[in-house]
Design a binder for this molecule. Structure first.
Ligand code: SIN
Ligand code: MN
Length: 266
């Protein structure tokens, strides 16, 4: 899959690109079931909300076959290679739960702010790719993005260690207000299988989920190999130190996996 000139222009100007039909319902069904079984395990990579509900599961591509195939999927890898003009490795991989009733807020932040400060990543040449596992609607805590906020570099941020269970470098209200006055806020919503890519400097966050509808989204952070992290401070399963370039799998690899999965369950 290659991005068109128009898609590249939109990404450069707005800082994000939304592709509503990237994966089929069949491909996503297996991932969704596997995500739930990962949340049910007691492993350090599964991070919990203060309530005990799952918040995120890190590094699933290293211990789960379905998520390994997603992490090397050409529909995700090829467009980012095209934009960066080089091969990629996986900097971070998380399956965010935003659990029904209990999913907590992600405060306003820029991801590159964290990658730079905590991991020693030199440049914002890493891309976030999100793949929806559940339907994301306007009410179950969709990701909120401030278009064009990626044009200003890294903003000053405070290290919030108390609002949620997850430490984050967050932006102050004045900064967010000015950016939103200029760019507004958008909430990409859509069916399972939708894909959203967004720039490492885009300002984003999400509100809590008090609905009965879970909102699971996988986030891959694909870093250009030459932009490997120089000063890791976080565990290897949060900020990976294996800089081996990703070799994409076949385009139908996830579909084959999902079909075998369904047959085994029948
Ligand atoms: C993130 O910013 O890393 C996650 C936000 C979300 O899942 O809502
Ligand atoms: Mn983020």
């Amino acid at each position: 899959m290659r991005l068109t000139e128009e898609q590249i222009r939109q990404f450069d100007e707005e800082g994000y690109l939304f592709l509503p039909d990237c994966f089929s319902p069949e491909e996503v069904a297996a991932l969704r079931l596997e995500a739930v079984s990962i949340y049910d395990t007691d492993r350090p990579e599964v991070w919990r909300e203060k309530s005990g509900s799952p918040r995120t599961a890190f590094a699933a591509h290293t211990y789960n076959e379905a998520f390994r195939l997603l992490g090397a999927h050409p529909r995700l890898i090829r467009p980012v290679e095209q934009l960066f003009g080089e091969q990629l490795y996986m900097h971070q991989y998380k399956i965010n739960a935003k659990s029904a009733f209990d999913g907590e807020v992600w405060q306003w932040h820029q991801d590159f702010g964290t990658w730079h400060r905590d991991d020693g990543m030199p440049e914002p040449r890493a891309m976030n790719i999100s793949v929806f596992l559940d339907e994301v609607t306007h009410i179950n805590g969709p990701l909120m993005i401030v278009p064009r906020s990626h044009k200003h570099g890294v903003f000053a941020a405070g290290h919030d260690l108390s609002t949620t269970s997850y430490p984050l470098w967050t932006l102050d209200n004045d900064t967010v207000t000015k950016l939103v006055e200029a760019g507004g806020i958008i909430t990409p919503v859509g069916k399972p299988g939708a894909m959203l890519m967004f720039h490492g400097n885009i300002v984003h966050g999400s509100a809590g989920n008090i609905t009965p509808f879970p909102r699971k989204i996988v986030y891959l952070t694909l870093n250009a190999v030459s932009n490997y992290i120089r000063k890791p401070t976080r565990p290897e399963w949060i900020a990976h130190q294996d800089f081996t370039p990703i070799v994409p799998v076949a385009d139908d690899a996830l579909l084959q996996y999902a079909q075998n999965y369904r047959q085994a369950a029948e």
